[in-house]
Design a protein around this ligand. Structure first.
Ligand code: GLU
Length: 511
């Protein structure tokens, strides 16, 4: 088998969409598994759609996600430059080759000519391709004009494009590694522009020339490019490059969570989840979008989630590190059907990965949040909080969001719990407990528990009956981590003061 060389080839037209990260990931997994090379090529030939900052954003996003590039704009490599805008001469040289071999032609048609063609086709009720074998001989191009006229026009600076001459009445077939045999009649293809009037190549020409020159073995890209694949195959043939043709794998679409249609930024905005890996400010509109990173997703969780959008290992295992993905990945196990983008699953992965973090690592998140809030906390206390909270959180910022009560005494109390549970028995136990705790000389979770059991036993009230009231008095909340650990962490003085406050502020609801 030839060396595996794959490429991720984004256009820097804005922030990288999460679907692009998945495409890059699948390329990367194959490259690493096969001891191959991962290339990042920047396809920036469409000057109208160029967005400043997008290229750096793409690279930063991949780096954050742990998708390493072997050859690219930043890394360099033997097949550079890796930015298409720096390869203009190469494309025009190959366009010339196609002109000389009769696979391409100059076209001088103006906007008005093309509009007139559209009108003629409309009037004739034609559903044919616009500029094609059926119409090209009626247009203003080097096939219909004499050689002298063509030369004169070019020499005098007439604007022109170079079009691909699609062969007549052929079947183009290709084998897609995911979709199997795909074939199309050339009558359904149009004479695509290869070189634009600004001297820049179109996507099709540049993409094929670069994949060939960069010795790409597998083109793994989104399904939206499948309709272009037959044209690309024809280009390989026209160049005489069949032997160097890469294998194609067109990835299934990412669908909206309900499975109805393609996932868009608008859906993500509406449903309140990120669509971009990192924060992004659109330089044209000023619109700000929050990234996965800044929303608290761990890169390893996001990668694991994305890997499963379209691929599965064929086993029950769901948690895969990058190394495990590299070992398990195969193109054969990528499905054809669109993959529903279920953000809850992404959150589940985040929870799973957060649980595997050490308390010290999580504590650094909590401490940096506390710093912003101007709250002092020792390393030891922060780690204890993380230990009791880590099974309960979805994002690192939840340590603070859901654990504020460790630092701030409650001023309001969960109404539901109070109205149902705060009764005479609860008040009796909690008053006696407050007094008992006040008299203790040492205090921790075990002592807190023993003391509570002693109090409830002597009052002959079941501990279970008053636990929720005690919780609400201490934290204001109806649920949370282990209550005895909460008491150990906030300490004896704070327990006494919070219980005192609750006893004097909470009223027993009658009825
Ligand atoms: N530049 C194209 C894009 O932005 C690349 C498509 C391909 O991988 O061939 O998606």
């Amino acid at each position: 088998m030839k060396d595996v060389r794959v490429r991720f080839a984004p256009s820097p037209t804005g922030a990288l969409h999460i679907g692009g990260v998945r495409t890059a990931l699948y390329n990367f997994l194959l490259a690493r598994q096969q001891g191959g090379t991962m290339i990042l090529r920047i396809e920036d030939t469409d000057q109208n759609r160029y967005v400043p900052g997008a290229e750096a954003y793409i690279m930063d996003s991949l780096a954050w996600a742990g998708i390493q590039i072997d050859e690219g704009v930043r890394e360099g490599g033997p097949f550079g430059p890796y930015r298409q805008s720096e390869r203009k001469e190469i494309y025009s040289q190959y366009a010339q080759q196609l002109l000389q071999s009769g696979h391409a032609y100059y076209a001088f048609d103006t906007e008005a000519d093309l509009e007139a063609l559209r009108e003629r086709q409309k009037a004739a009720g034609s559903d044919q391709q616009q500029y094609s074998s059926a119409t090209r001989m009626t247009m203003r191009n080097s096939l219909t004009l004499s050689a002298e006229e063509t030369k004169k026009r070019i020499d005098t600076g007439h604007p022109y494009v170079i079009r691909f001459k699609i062969p007549e009445n052929e079947t183009v077939a290709l084998h897609d590694l995911i979709r199997g045999e795909v074939s199309v009649q050339t009558a359904q293809l149009d004479d695509k522009v290869l070189m634009k009037s600004d001297g820049m190549p179109t996507y099709h020409l540049a993409n094929v020339v670069d994949d060939y020159l960069m010795k790409i073995s597998h083109v793994i890209r989104g399904e939206e490019w499948l309709p272009s694949a037959p044209l690309h195959v024809l280009l390989y043939k026209a160049f005489g490059w069949e032997k160097g043709m890469p294998q194609f794998a067109h990835l299934p679409l990412l669908l909206k969570p309900d499975g109805n249609g393609k996932l868009s930024k608008r859906d993500a905005d509406r449903m309140g989840f990120p669509i971009f890996p990192l924060n992004w400010t659109d330089p044209n509109t000023g619109e700000k979008s929050t990234g996965y990173k800044e929303s608290g997703y761990l890169p390893e969780a996001l990668i694991n989630f994305l890997a499963f959008l379209g691929w599965n290992p064929g086993t029950e295992q769901e948690i895969f590190s990058m190394d495990e993905l590299i070992r398990a990945f195969s193109i054969e196990r990528i499905g054809k059907a669109g993959a529903k983008f279920d953000i809850q699953k992404a959150q589940w992965y985040n929870q799973q990965y957060l649980r595997t973090k050490s308390n010290a690592e999580l504590a650094s998140h909590l401490l940096s949040q506390l710093k912003k809030e101007n709250i002092y906390c020792s390393q030891d206390k922060a780690e204890k909080i993380c230990a009791v909270m880590k099974e309960r959180i979805t994002f690192p910022q939840d340590l603070w969001e859901q654990g504020k009560f460790f630092f701030i005494a409650p001023e309001s109390f969960d109404e539901g719990v109070v109205s149902k549970k705060w009764n005479d028995d609860a008040v009796k136990v909690i008053s006696a407990y407050r007094d008992a705790v006040e008299n203790l000389s040492t205090f921790d979770a075990t002592i807190a528990k023993e003391t509570l059991e002693n109090v409830t036993a002597s009052l002959q009230i079941g501990t279970g009956k008053i636990l929720q009231s005690l919780r609400v008095a201490l934290s204001g909340l109806g649920g949370g981590p282990d209550l005895m650990m909460i008491m150990e962490i906030i300490g004896k003085e704070e327990v006494v003061s919070r219980l005192t406050f609750a006893l004097s502020n909470l009223k027993i609801k009658v009825g």
